[in-house]
Ligand binder design. Structure first.
Ligand SMILES: NC(=O)c1ccc[n+]([C@@H]2O[C@H](COP(=O)([O-])OP(=O)(O)OC[C@H]3O[C@@H](n4cnc5c(N)ncnc54)[C@H](OP(=O)(O)O)[C@@H]3O)[C@@H](O)[C@H]2O)c1
Length: 284
């Protein structure tokens, strides 16, 4: 994709900070028109202004209101984007949270509802647009933490976070990201829309906000910067050599084998079907 990014259109979720912010800025610098799909316009405004300054084009980046925990908001965001009549070449499902507890307003465990269900519905609603814009890509920011999830307890997905630090549920949410990519890639074979999952590295971003301040200071030297963390997202979104290699999982811009459970096709199909049922019901 890289030689001709000018004229391309992307959506990056969670682009007001961290890895998503750098992903949006770098895509914009390469000529892509970027929609920053975030829940707070005031927190996104500085990034929009930064992109305007860096590219000399105030139209290069736009805010798209999106709360992934609220499926009505997801539906509205997709409608607003589709109403622009623009093509969509790159969808980066980046937003997420870790170590927080609760439920989304649409009734899912917080990490699962945000990382998986919201992105599942957003992608589905944009799928025809992606296909019509092919070659196109969907990039899903998962995590190495998916390896801690050995299975999915489907009943727990509709309940509040049960584990003490919420990291057990985060692992399940990131496993769901990988199963989603695997099944989406199967369903998109032959359409020209490629799908990629990735682990960005351990990145010094706001994702650690629920970790005690002292511990955060201690672990920060061992983390990479958001610029380094965005490298694999950008690689998956733009590298010409990845064209047609759909369904892979990447770390450090290199393909990796995910956990055995992430390769379980039956589980991927079950998650897809459940996600279809949940989102169909909640959209009514
Ligand atoms: N940092 C790491 O070490 C690491 C490692 C592995 C994977 N990851 C993954 O990388 C991705 C980006 O994380 P990051 O490190 O850049 O974290 P971050 O700095 O905390 O950014 C997370 C982004 O997600 C957004 N978000 C959270 N809940 C949302 C919702 N309901 N609707 C819309 N947006 C929402 C946040 O918006 P607000 O600012 O409004 O909260 C923020 O823009 C995540 O999927 C994370 O799981 C990160």
């Amino acid at each position: 994709m890289k030689p001709s990014l000018r004229g391309k259109v992307a959506i990056v979720t969670g682009a007001n900070t961290g890895i998503g912010r750098i992903t949006a800025i770098e895509l914009a610098r390469q000529g892509v028109k970027v929609f920053l799909a975030c829940r707070s316009e005031s927190k996104t405004r500085p990034v929009l202004e930064e992109i305007g300054r860096l590219t000399g084009d105030v139209e290069r980046a736009q805010f798209l209101s999106l709360d992934l925990g609220d499926l009505k908001s997801v539906q509205h965001a997709a409608q607003v984007f589709l109403s622009t009549g623009l093509p969509l070449h790159i969808l980066v499902c980046n937003a997420g949270l870790a170590g927080q507890k609760g439920m989304t307003s649409s009734g899912f465990e917080l990490a699962f509802g945000t990382c998986h269900v919201g992105h599942f519905l957003l992608t589905k609603l944009l799928l025809e647009c992606l296909k019509a814009s092919a070659p196109a890509r969907v990039v899903v920011v998962s995590s190495k933490a998916h390896r801690h999830a050995k299975d999915i307890d489907f009943a727990a997905l509709r309940q509040t976070t049960a584990s003490t630090g919420g990291l057990k549920e985060y692992a399940v949410a990131k496993l769901a990201n990988l199963l989603f990519v695997s099944e989406l890639a199967n369903r998109l074979k032959g359409t020209g829309v490629d799908v990629y999952a990735l682990h960005p590295g351990v990145v010094a971003s706001d994702v650690w906000r629920s970790v005690p301040a002292l511990l955060r200071v201690l672990i920060r030297p061992f983390m990479i910067t958001p610029e380094q963390g965005a490298a694999t997202s950008l690689w998956c979104a733009t590298a010409p050599e990845l064209c047609g290699q759909s369904g892979g999982y990447y770390e450090n811009c290199r393909v990796q084998t995910p956990s055995d459970v992430a390769l379980d096709q039956n589980l991927a199909v079950r998650l897809w079907q459940s996600s279809e049922d949940w989102t169909a019901l909640l959209q009514q």
